[in-house]
Design a protein around this ligand. Structure first.
Ligand code: SF4
Length: 215
């Protein structure tokens, strides 16, 4: 079991590198719900089936349960995104067409997602340098938009060569069926579902979450 002071160091690392909230949680607080993975597929998210890390690909709920069973605790963190970026009107057209909006909101949001992926990998590397050989990280969203947007396809999905960016990319919490909204609520964080009809005025803020498990 990881030492409490080591976990506290990792928690502080998350805060120092861009998270605005981070907590140490027992693995029993990681909530799985098969409906979360189903939500990616019904109705079909534009990335479902196009990214090796997104449903229907990736880990089944049973596989995630197996992964969780090998850990005792983790660092759960959140990165805030201004509602003027994550609920910008121009954003959804950019996602739909693949053409970046002139306001730069799609790039800006991509930068926030990359920050979550980066914090996950950084915490895993720090934990390893402390002597914890086994860690597992989960980020937010799909990895194709931030890392392989300019590529014709996901290499992991379309070839036998594996992921192009194994040192950067992770499965997201939601792709693994984690009920991130309830986990955030239980941590005492305000979290708002944001969809295509939201406007910057209708949501106070956006948040992206990540989780790193340490054995
Ligand atoms: S980073 Fe790229 S190659 Fe790797 S899983 Fe994501 S989309 Fe596929």
């Amino acid at each position: 079991m990881a030492d409490r002071s080591d976990l506290e160091t990792l928690r502080e690392s998350a805060l120092e590198t861009g998270a605005d909230k981070a907590v140490i949680i027992p693995v029993s607080d990681v909530l799985l719900d098969p409906r979360v993975r189903l939500k990616c597929m019904i109705p079909k998210c534009y990335m479902s089936g196009s990214c090796g890390h997104c449903p229907p690909h990736g880990n089944s709920i049973q596989e995630v349960r197996e992964i969780l069973s090998r850990f005792r605790q983790g660092i759960f963190f959140q990165v805030p995104v201004k509602s003027t970026i994550i609920a910008a009107k121009s954003l959804y057209k950019a996602i739909e067409t693949g053409i970046m909006d002139n306001e730069g909101n799609a790039f800006n949001l991509g930068g926030h997602y990359i920050l979550v992926f980066s914090i996950v990998k950084l915490l895993q590397k720090r934990a390893k340098s402390m002597g914890y050989r086994v860690t597992h990280g989960f980020a937010a969203g799909n990895c194709r938009d931030p890392f392989c947007h300019l590529q014709p396809h996901c290499r992991d999905l379309m070839t036998q060569k594996g992921c192009r960016h194994p040192e950067l990319s992770s499965f997201s919490m939601e792709s693994c069926g984690m009920d991130v909204f309830t986990m955030a609520a239980r941590a005492g964080w305000n979290h708002y579902p944001i969809g295509g009809t939201c406007t910057p005025e209708s949501v106070p803020t956006g948040n992206l979450m990540g989780l790193v498990l340490v054995a």
